[in-house]
Write a protein that binds this ligand. Structure first.
Ligand code: 2AM
Ligand code: CA
Ligand code: CA
Ligand code: CA
Length: 269
């Protein structure tokens, strides 16, 4: 992608994400219309939908040839990643949005011919924007994030992990995951995949492991983590398919092999 065009698109995306986040902040105490989706714990509010529609309107009027892949169904029905595709999660961490009025983010990944060119993750209530352009480093607001520290040992690492890993599940024997929890220094669960990626990029978590995420949960985070030297695959170490759901391991490269080979593969069902 031509760098001038990329900068222009990035500046638009940045303007829109800050605007959309500001609108959510202004209305954070308004009554919410809450619906459920695939199950009673899978929530969506009118703010998720309105925020997604805001991005659809902006993108389609400024860049009619660009495509949009987004959670709440107002985007395009994509069969491929040809062209320029905006992968948008209008509110990542809807349950946090509803119950805590914080700890949620807007996530935008912009891909060209399947390659992640830009990622933006906006922690709306903290007013922190994590962003990256491929090959140009990652930023938290205007400050460049350093490369991940030289070395990290698994038994000194902090791992983002949902508690469902410890219950009987379809992917990995829970005893093996319990062993992993005992091995690492600590675990955290923030409830927003995008923010967990941002924290891995920031170096305040060493990895994040999850069973099933959609493209809009990970598209921005992958680009941002990549720019500080982190790595992202599915939990078996394979490529992430940006048109489907994937299990995800994003982490410091020093602990990737051990998590996959010594734990996940040993407990694989
Ligand atoms: P969401 O808030 O945009 O739905 C919560 O652990 C994280 O997993 C959030 O990033 C959430 O994104 C994501 N997630 C993906 N699929 C989900 C589902 N079916 N139900 C709830 N959260 C889901
Ligand atoms: Ca959702
Ligand atoms: Ca999400
Ligand atoms: Ca969402």
């Amino acid at each position: 992608m031509n760098l001038e065009l990329r900068d222009e698109i990035f500046n638009q995306a940045k303007k829109w994400i800050l605007e959309a986040g500001g609108a959510i902040r202004e209305r954070i105490d308004d009554p919410l219309t809450i619906d459920t989706k695939s199950n009673p714990k899978d929530l969506v509010t009118h703010m998720d939908k309105e925020t997604e529609q805001f991005f659809v309107r902006k993108i389609k009027s400024e860049y009619p040839e660009h495509l949009l892949l987004s959670e709440e169904g107002f985007g395009d029905n994509l069969q491929s990643l040809d062209g320029i595709v905006w992968i948008v999660d209008p509110i990542d961490g809807t349950m946090n949005f509803v119950q805590q009025k914080r700890n949620f983010a807007i996530s935008i990944g912009i891909y060209h011919q399947g390659i992640g060119e830009m990622g933006l993750i906006y922690n709306v209530m903290d007013d922190n924007l994590y962003s990256a352009k491929r090959g140009e480093g990652a930023y938290k607001d205007n400050k460049q994030l350093p490369q991940l520290k030289e070395q990290v040992k698994l038994d000194e690492s902090l791992l983002g992990l949902n508690h469902f890993w410890l219950l009987e599940n379809r992917l990995v024997e829970e005893q093996i995951m319990q062993k992993l929890v005992r091995e690492v220094r600590g675990t955290r669960t923030y409830g927003s995949a995008a923010l967990e990626f941002a924290y891995v990029a920031e170096g305040i978590m060493d990895g994040y492991l999850t069973m099933s995420l959609a493209p809009w949960d990970v598209a921005a985070g992958i680009v941002i983590v990549n720019e500080v030297g982190g790595v992202t695959t599915n939990i078996m170490g394979g490529d992430v398919n940006m048109l489907e759901k994937n299990s995800i391991l994003t982490c410091h490269p020093a602990i990737q092999k051990s998590i996959i080979n010594d734990f996940i593969k040993k407990g694989k069902k």
